[in-house]
Design a protein around this ligand. Structure first.
Ligand SMILES: CC(C)(COP(=O)(O)OP(=O)(O)OC[C@H]1O[C@@H](n2cnc3c(N)ncnc32)[C@H](O)[C@@H]1OP(=O)(O)O)[C@@H](O)C(=O)NCCC(=O)NCCS
Length: 217
């Protein structure tokens, strides 16, 4: 398949996508927490608003820099689209090279969820990461994340940004990808369906989790 790809591009007039750099880590964390409550701002819920981005956003820039993009308007990062070529490989990198350092400075809140407060859910996840490469997701080995702050939504930017990521994944010969979606995030589910993603129904997906997949070949 021949496809031209410019890592930096104008998605819609005045809105640009470009590769994320280490200088974008603060912006990645900010956008992540401001969209972390099923698309809404979770800042007030967290006692450490950085942790959610240290799980769901920053590691993509660190371990998959060719697949980590920020979205800017007026020179301000207001969104991102992130991917991993092989979820099992990415998960192994997180276990080996990412979570151990975070655990050095974060206490484990223990298994009793009823006692968790603030960002304890994230501290627990860092100490006990859930399995990412579930058996049912194996036919869709790549995965992605997209989050846009409200000013960017509903303008065709999400579609253009996902197409940008998909082109980058195709260049790396990813045959198919999946997305981990909060089951109550109706907007995201509607958006992904419009882009051709379908719910992945498999016994390895625990109740209360929702994954959507799409072939890229
Ligand atoms: C979900 C999100 C990425 C969508 O991006 P967006 O820029 O608002 O979407 P677009 O304007 O590009 O819409 C693309 C298409 O999806 C459709 N669409 C968007 N939201 C939809 C919905 N809730 N139901 C049905 N279709 C929808 C649009 O009509 C459009 O269709 P078209 O291209 O055929 O005209 C964005 O709203 C967002 O970041 N939300 C908050 C964070 C979030 O929930 N992220 C996903 C976490 S899993």
């Amino acid at each position: 398949m021949t496809e031209t790809f410019a890592a930096t591009a104008e998605l819609v007039p005045g809105v640009f996508v470009r590769p994320a750099t280490p200088d974008d880590h603060a912006a990645l964390k900010r956008v992540c927490v401001e969209t972390a409550d099923s698309g809404n701002d979770a800042t007030a819920r967290e006692d450490n608003p950085e942790l959610v981005g240290l799980i769901y956003a920053v590691p993509y820039q660190v371990f998959e820099p060719d697949l980590a993009f920020v979205i800017e308007e007026n020179s301000t990062v207001s969104g991102y689209v992130l991917g991993a070529r092989d979820t099992a490989d990415f998960e192994a990198r997180l276990h080996a090279d990412w979570y151990p350092d975070l655990r050095e400075w974060l206490r484990d809140p223990g298994p009793d969820e009823s006692a968790w407060q603030g960002s304890d859910w994230a501290r627990h996840m860092i100490h006990h990461p859930p399995v990412m490469a579930l058996e049912g997701l194996a036919p869709y080995p790549a995965h992605g994340h997209i989050d846009l702050l409200p000013a960017l939504r509903g303008r065709g930017i999400g579609r253009a940004a996902m197409e940008h990521l998909i082109t980058a994944l195709r260049r790396k010969r990813a045959p198919a990808m999946h997305l981990d979606v909060a089951p109550d995030n109706d907007n995201a589910i509607g958006f992904y369906r419009k882009l051709g993603f379908e719910v992945i129904d498999h016994p390895s997906v625990a109740p209360g989790r929702l994954f959507m997949g799409k072939r890229l070949d």
